[in-house]
Design a protein around this ligand. Structure first.
Ligand SMILES: Nc1ncnc2c1ncn2[C@@H]1O[C@H](COP(=O)(O)OP(=O)(O)OP(=O)(O)O)[C@@H](O)[C@H]1O
Ligand SMILES: [Mg+2]
Length: 264
């Protein structure tokens, strides 16, 4: 059975897309067949963050053309992550059949272990279609009063739609006493914090090169946060499953091989 998990928030810009991408990759590294679908249909970012802004079949094509099936819109990124990007052209938004997302997602049932949806911010039709299409939800928020207040509204909507709230992902947390603390956020939202992702400038550095931080900087603090979040979702103990970084001597040996000085 494919588990469809939606990353959602009340406030925009809190880190949903970053979370969907890196959680997706962490689940993949744990051996789960995972894809990330850009359900932020008016302003899709997943393809942009992964350096694949243009692909032949997008989620928009699938929603608007019954002959196009979702499995034809799955692409494998260099990091190993499977992605279903959105279309960047404004024209594709005309008469977009947002309500079809649930039935379209049902088409990949059984093909994947996990489908992670990157939802839209707010409480509009777009966010609702992603919620409708998923089984369970991760509430993404920053530890700021405005973001948590908006997240609270999202929690109410999610409950009304009878979707399971897995917990909260607290992103961009800083080591100061200005923002809300873990306990305060948990008390306000009444759900546990499953993932803590610190403010990490490597996130922007990696996405500017078209990679998830987990691929480019696997040992950075935010990457470890995403690996721990995946482990928690899977109910497994956190183990570092990052492919080992090549030691210097291996690199030199490989280089010698390239230049024909050493055989395999
Ligand atoms: N932990 C972090 N540390 C530093 N920067 C971060 C972190 N998480 C996300 N960002 C940056 O914050 C910005 C917003 O992130 P992202 O696009 O993931 O948010 P979003 O919730 O998906 O936004 P939107 O609501 O517009 O879809 C991006 O520039 C991203 O690189
Ligand atoms: Mg986003």
């Amino acid at each position: 059975m494919t588990k469809v998990v939606c990353c959602i928030s009340g406030k925009g810009g809190v880190g949903k897309s970053t979370t969907a991408i890196n959680l997706g990759l962490a689940l993949h590294q744990y051996g789960k067949n995972t894809a990330v679908l850009d359900a932020n249909l008016t302003t899709p970012n997943v393809g942009v963050y992964l350096g694949v802004p243009k692909v032949p079949v997008t989620i928009h094509h699938v929603l608007n053309d019954n002959r196009k099936k979702l499995n034809k819109a799955i692409y494998e990124h260099n990091s190993g992550l499977k992605v279903i990007p959105g279309d960047l052209s404004v024209g594709k938004l005309n008469n977009l059949k947002i309500d079809k997302l649930k039935s379209v997602v049902a088409d990949v049932e059984g093909l994947l272990d996990y489908l992670v949806l990157d939802g839209a911010a707010g409480l509009g039709k777009e966010a609702a279609s992603a919620l409708d299409a998923c089984d369970s939800v991760l509430i993404v928020t920053n530890p700021e009063l405005a973001a948590v207040t908006d997240a609270l509204k999202t929690v109410e909507v999610v409950k009304k739609m009878r979707k399971q709230v897995l917990g909260v992902v607290l992103t961009r947390s800083r080591k100061d006493d200005v923002d809300l603390g873990i306990k305060e956020v948990e008390e306000m939202l009444e759900y546990p914090i499953l993932g803590m992702i610190p403010e990490d400038k490597n996130i922007r550095k990696a996405s500017s090169k078209g990679f998830p931080i987990l691929h480019k900087y696997p040992n950075s603090e935010a990457s470890i946060g995403y690996k721990k979040l995946a482990a928690k979702l899977l109910g497994e103990e956190y183990i570092d499953m990052t492919p080992p970084i090549k030691k210097k001597e291996h690199l030199i040996r490989d280089l010698l091989r390239v230049f024909g000085f050493k055989s395999r």
